[in-house]
Design a protein around this ligand. Structure first.
Ligand SMILES: [Zn+2]
Length: 243
């Protein structure tokens, strides 16, 4: 999330930090591509794909101007069950609510050259659902196609979670690949568990450069895993709140 607002936790950056991070990547000479173009590219060592999960309105407000300034296309994974609405799917730590982009805003990003994909229909953890509920979540793809004409063939798993039962259903639903946070999952082929590097509030231009150049990879991988465990914490709270 890119926002100037105070947010509990560290899974956000301020607009000023975001500018510095993108500028640091740009100065390293990397070429920025949408995720599909990145995955189709045979020479990815000099390419980067910027991705945003959840499709918050703050991406439209704060990240879009920075990226458009440098003519950088990004990829947004929206939650079609919540477009234009507040994130009531999330546990409400600190009574904070954030609005998701509406279809018009997503369409504008698409016009800018961005790629729009899905992050489930309602941000449920696919690994704890029955098959018919997983299929319902994956139907999000058709909703994006109906509104925007096309949808990314890559899914961003809610909470980064995938397992041996989930990925074949993603394949059947037409997804050619899936991205999480690179945590090893038994029985999941690599193209359905593509690694990403998370960017957090405590990241600096230096740590961004190191992440991009894969320096201290083990250290940053551990940090990513810790942050993912924290986000899974909200799954557990959510589930317990149903009873
Ligand atoms: Zn998410």
């Amino acid at each position: 999330m890119v926002t100037p607002r105070f947010v509990w936790g560290a899974t956000r950056v301020t607009p000023g930090q975001f500018f510095k991070h993108i500028d640091a990547a740009r100065r390293l000479g990397f070429r920025f591509l949408t995720l599909s173009d990145y995955l189709a590219c045979s020479e990815t060592s000099q390419c980067l794909a910027v991705t945003f999960d959840d499709g918050y309105e703050s991406v439209y407000q704060y990240a879009r101007p920075v990226l458009n300034r440098f003519n950088i296309p990004a990829t947004v994974f929206c939650i079609p069950g919540y477009t234009g609405q507040y994130n009531t799917w999330d546990v409400n730590i600190g009574w904070q609510r954030f609005r998701h982009m509406n279809w018009h805003q997503l369409h504008e990003l698409q016009q800018d050259g961005w790629e729009i994909g899905v992050h489930g229909l309602s941000h449920r953890d696919l690994t704890v659902l029955e098959s018919h509920d997983i299929e319902k979540e994956l139907s999000a793809r058709r909703i994006v196609e109906a509104h925007l004409g096309r949808c990314s063939p890559v899914i961003a798993y809610p909470f980064g979670n995938v397992n041996a039962a989930v990925w074949p259903l993603c394949q059947t639903a037409g997804f050619r690949a899936g991205i999480g946070l690179g945590i090893r999952r038994d029985g999941v082929p690599p193209e359905y568990n593509i690694e990403r590097v998370g960017v957090y509030l405590f990241d600096t231009a230096r740590s961004m450069r190191e992440k991009i150049l894969a320096k201290n990879k083990r250290f940053y991988h551990i940090i990513s895993n810790i942050m993912n465990v924290c986000s899974n914490g909200s799954v557990i709270v959510k589930k317990s709140s149903w009873f």
